[in-house]
Design a protein around this ligand. Structure first.
Ligand code: HEC
Length: 330
C-alpha cells in the first residue's frame, strides 16, 4: 500500500461526518428555501434530521449506507436539485455521499478515550517475613489516580504473578490502594508450595470498561519468607482450647493453672469458693494463641489469704468455658 493511500485509509477510519455541523448547513444554504416545513416542494422538508429521514412524495430520500439508491444524493449529483444553477459543489456532494455511507446518523458515535497513564506509589521491591505473630499485618500497594478524559468511572484491576506462573486477577477496586494481609500471602502464594520463600509480582490495569491502560513502571516485587512461620507454627498454636488440672493439687498456698488457646481471645480465669462466690479474677485481654500458665497464691482480689477448702477455677474465653476443682489444704 502506498503511503498516501494508507493515510487516506486512516483518515476515513477515524473521521466521521457530523450531520449537525457538516450536512444540515448544506441544506439550509441550498434547499430550505423550497424544502421548508409546511408545503414543502416534493413533500420533502429539509429543515431537520427527522423530517429529512421521513422522506418526500417519492418515499425515502436517504437509504443509510447506500448513496446510489438515495434519491437525495442522486438529485444533487445529477444537478437536478436545486433546480436553479445554484448547484451543490462537488466536494459537498462527496460529503453527503460519505455521510450516507457511514449510516446517515444524526450524531456520529463518540469515540472513547482511554484512561490516562498512572504510576506506582509503592516501593518497587519489598521483603516480607511472615511469622505467627504478624499474620494480621498488612502489605499495601498504592498508585496515583488514572483520570478518564470522558469522565468515565475508572476501575483498577490488580494482577499477581507467583514465581513463573501466569498473572492472575487478585482484586478489582475503584480505590487507589489495596491492602493484603500476610495471612492472604500464606493462603494464596504458598497454597501449592512447599518452599520457605516465594516471589510474587504485581501489576495493575486501569479500565473505563472500554479501554484499558497498564500502570507505568516495573512490576512491584515482593519477596516472601515464611521461615519464622514454619519453625514455630506447631508449638505456638494448640489445635483446641484446654484447661488442665492445677499443679500441685492439693496445694498450700501456691498452685499453677495451665490452659491452651488456639486463637487470640479475651480471657478471664475466675476462682470461686464452694458457695459460688467469686474469690479472685485474673483478666487477660487479648491473650495470645498458645500455652498459658497462671500462678495462684491462695489470696482473694483484695490480697487477703483465703481459707482452706475446695475451690473451683473457671476459664472463660470468648468461645470456650470450662471449670475444674482444686483443694487448698492448710
Ligand atoms: C427552488 C426550489 C427548490 C430548491 C432550492 C430545491 N428543490 Fe428539491 N424540489 C423542488 C421541487 C419543486 C420538487 C418536486 C419536483 C421534483 O421532484 O423535481 C423537488 C423535489 C426534490 C426531491 C424529491 C422528493 C420526492 O420525494 O419526490 C429531492 C430529494 C430534492 N428535491 C432535494 C433537494 C435538495 C437536496 C436541495 C438542496 C440541495 C433541493 N432539493 C433544492 C424544489 C426545490
Amino acid at each position: 500500500m502506498k503511503l498516501n493511500s494508507l493515510i487516506f485509509f486512516i483518515s476515513i477510519g477515524i473521521s466521521q461526518v457530523d450531520y449537525q455541523s457538516e450536512i444540515q448547513p448544506i441544506f439550509y444554504d441550498k434547499c430550505s428555501g423550497c424544502h421548508t416545513s409546511g408545503g414543502s416542494s416534493g413533500g420533502l422538508d429539509l429543515t431537520s434530521y427527522s423530517t429529512l429521514m421521513a422522506g418526500g412524495n417519492s418515499g425515502a430520500s436517504i437509504i443509510p449506507g447506500d448513496h446510489q439508491n438515495s434519491l437525495l444524493w442522486k438529485r444533487i449529483n445529477d444537478g437536478s436539485m436545486p433546480p436553479s444553477s445554484n448547484d451543490v459543489i462537488p466536494s459537498k456532494v462527496e460529503l453527503v455521499k460519505k455521510w450516507i455511507n457511514e449510516g446517515a446518523l444524526a450524531n456520529p458515535p463518540s469515540a472513547n478515550n482511554p484512561p490516562e497513564t498512572f504510576n506506582w506509589l509503592s516501593a518497587e521491591k519489598d521483603t516480607i517475613k511472615i511469622s505467627p505473630s504478624n499474620l494480621s499485618s498488612k502489605y499495601a500497594l498504592a498508585w496515583t489516580e488514572s483520570k478518564d478524559p470522558d469522565g468515565d468511572k475508572i476501575n483498577y484491576i490488580l494482577y499477581a504473578k507467583i514465581g513463573n506462573n501466569p498473572y492472575e486477577i487478585v482484586e478489582d477496586t475503584s480505590a487507589q490502594k489495596i491492602e493484603l494481609f500476610y495471612q492472604d500471602f500464606l493462603d494464596n502464594v504458598f497454597e501449592n508450595s512447599t518452599s520457605k520463600t516465594e516471589i510474587v509480582q504485581f501489576t495493575i490495569d486501569a479500565t473505563d470498561n472500554k479501554d484499558t491502560v497498564r500502570i507505568s513502571g516495573n512490576d512491584r516485587i515482593v519477596y516472601l519468607d515464611r521461615t519464622d512461620y514454619l519453625s514455630i507454627d506447631k508449638q505456638v498454636y494448640p489445635k483446641s482450647y484446654a484447661l488442665y488440672a492445677n499443679f500441685p493439687n492439693p496445694f498450700n498456698p501456691i498452685t499453677q493453672i495451665r490452659f491452651d488457646l488456639p486463637v487470640m481471645t479475651n480471657v478471664d480465669l475466675v476462682i470461686y469458693n464452694m458457695l459460688g462466690q467469686k474469690v479472685k479474677t485474673f483478666k487477660i485481654p487479648n491473650a495470645s494463641a498458645g500455652n498459658h500458665l497462671i500462678t495462684w497464691n491462695a489470696t482473694n482480689d483484695l490480697g487477703n489469704s483465703v481459707s482452706a477448702g475446695v475451690y473451683l477455677y473457671q476459664l472463660q474465653a470468648e468461645e470456650f468455658v470450662k471449670t475444674k476443682k482444686m483443694i487448698l489444704l492448710k
